[in-house]
Write a protein that binds this ligand. Structure first.
Ligand SMILES: C[S@@+](CC[C@H](N)C(=O)[O-])C[C@H]1O[C@@H](n2cnc3c(N)ncnc32)[C@H](O)[C@@H]1O
Length: 192
């Protein structure tokens, strides 16, 4: 599942994961943040509807990252005033930075499960002390080969507890209808 795999999916318009708008759990979470100067990263951002919403709501330090150039080009067209230097076309695992908030929306489930420990370690490296990883993870398994790759709260906790000491994973009440009952809303904080 390299860059060519995902780019092919975008070119074929075979993008069943793309909900066409900002994810409601994430936009409701952003809505209650008053400090608009926080540094945000959205990895595996795809068309990055959440970034457009955040940027247009006054968050001026939003960064998006994806290794496929196609959705990033779409994003630039939809949000032309977004700073070019905050658009990172690269592999997540190669990215360097330090963020107050990282948003998760169908990126974790796109990675082969063998990469989950590396994902968690990388998130830990990218967060500032006190920083948070927030978003949604599937709370179900799928009966077809992934992506998406599902999982459970118990499984996810085994990865996150190695690095993080404040882990909240609750059934998500405001998922989009097809995912309602199948998502966890996660808030995972690095120690201060
Ligand atoms: C399932 S899509 C989700 C896109 C977006 N978050 C959404 O919900 O529409 C997964 C995205 O992660 C990107 N991706 C997968 N592995 C990546 C990696 N190692 N580094 C950067 N981007 C990656 C893919 O190109 C794809 O855009």
């Amino acid at each position: 599942m390299n860059e060519a795999y995902w780019t092919h999916k975008y070119l074929e318009k075979n993008t069943g994961w793309d909900i066409g708008t900002a994810s409601k759990p994430i936009l409701q979470y952003l809505d209650q943040i008053s400090h608009k100067d926080i540094k945000i990263l959205i990895p595996g951002a795809g068309n990055a509807y959440e970034a457009k919403f955040a940027f247009e709501s006054g968050f001026k330090n939003v960064n998006i990252l994806d290794f496929s150039p196609i959705p990033l080009q779409n994003f630039k067209r939809s949000c032309p005033s977004f700073p070019e230097e905050n658009i990172h076309c690269m592999d997540f695992f190669e990215h360097k930075g330090n963020y107050d908030l990282i948003l998760e929306q169908t990126f974790f489930c796109a990675l082969p499960p063998i990469e989950r420990p590396s994902y968690v370690e990388k998130m830990f490296q990218l967060l500032k002390p006190g920083g948070k990883l927030v978003g949604v993870l599937f709370s179900r398994n799928f009966d077809h080969p992934g992506p998406p790759f599902g999982g459970s709260k118990q499984e996810y906790e085994t990865y996150f507890t190695k690095y993080f000491d404040k882990i909240e994973m609750n059934d998500c009440y405001n998922s989009i209808p097809p995912r309602l009952g199948f998502e966890l809303f996660i808030k995972i904080q690095k120690f201060k």
